[in-house]
Design a protein around this ligand. Sequence first.
Ligand code: RUB
Length: 313
Amino acid sequence: MPLTTTAEAIRSMEIRGAGRIARAAAGALRDHAEMISTDNFTGFRDGMYQAADLLRSTRPTAVSLPNAIHIVMRDLRTATDATDARNGIIRNAEAFIRSSEAAVRTIGMIGANQIRDGDTILTHCNSEAALACIIEAKKQGKEIEVFATEVRPWNQGRLTIEVLNHHEIPTHFIVDSAVRSFINDVDLAIAGADAISADGSVINKIGTSQIALAAHEARTKMIIAAETYKFAPLSSIGLEIPVEERPGSEVLADEIAQKYPFVRVRNPVFDRTPGTYIDLIVTEEGVIPPEYAPLIIREHLGWRVSDLDSHLF
Ligand code: RUB
C-alpha cells in the first residue's frame, strides 16, 4: 500500500487501534524504503524522515505509532549507505510486525491467568490485547461472560461484540453510561491502552477513566492489557501525551448542531486513568503494577538517559 494511502487510512480510522496502527506504520515504512530507489544516502534518509513525519502526524495519541517508527528507523541515525539503511529498515519493520503479533498472543496467555472460571468481564472499546486475554480464557475452557460497551461516537463496541460472538462468548452489550449500573455484576474490567506514561497512568478510549473509577468504588479489579511499545519514553521527562480531539460532527451532525449557535460539541476520543485506579498492567514481558512503568521503558524499550534528549528517531 502506498505511504499516503496508509497515512490516510490511519487518519480516517479505517485502520485503528494502537497495535494495528503501529504495525501498519511499520509496514508502510518498509514499503516506502523499498520504493525509494536512490543510491544516494542523504536522499534516501530525507525521504524516510518525511515518510516518518507524515505517519506521525496522522493520529497524535497512540504512542505505539512513534515507538514503532523509532524502532523501525533506529539504525538510520548511524547509517552511511543507502542500501544498508534500506535493508535495515526492511529488517526492523518485519521484525517489529512479527514481535507485535507475538506480543498480543503472549499477553493473551498471561492475561487469561487473571480470569477465573465463572468470571464476568467488562471490556471497553475494541482492543486486540484485551480481547486476546478474554478469548484465551475461553479457549482454556473457562465459563465466562462479558459486558461490552457501545463506545460512542465511533461504536467500536460493535467490532468487539462481533469478535466475542464469533468465539461464542455470552456477551451483554451496554451503552457507555450503563457501566456503573452493572459494575457489581462484573468480576474484573480489562481494557487496552494507547499510551502508558512513566507515572503509570494509562491513556485509552474515552470512558476508560470512568470505568476505572466505578471499578475502584466497587472494589472490582481493573486490568490494562498492553504491549511494551505502548509505554511512552518521553513521558519520563514530562512530555504530555496529547489527547486527540476529533470533529464535533462525529457526535452531532452539523445540520443539527448549526441550529444551536451557543452550543459547541466536544469530542475528545481518549482519556487518562491515573495509575492508582489500575490494579495491573499485563504486558508480553509479564504482569506489572502501574508504578513499574519506568522499568519497561528502560529495560524493554531500551531507552537510556542519553536517548531522552536525542529522541528524533
Ligand atoms: C482504540 C482504543 C484501544 C487501544 C488499544 O481507539 O482506544 O483500546 O488502541 O487497542 P481508536 P489495541 O478506535 O480511536 O483507535 O489493544 O488493539 O492496540
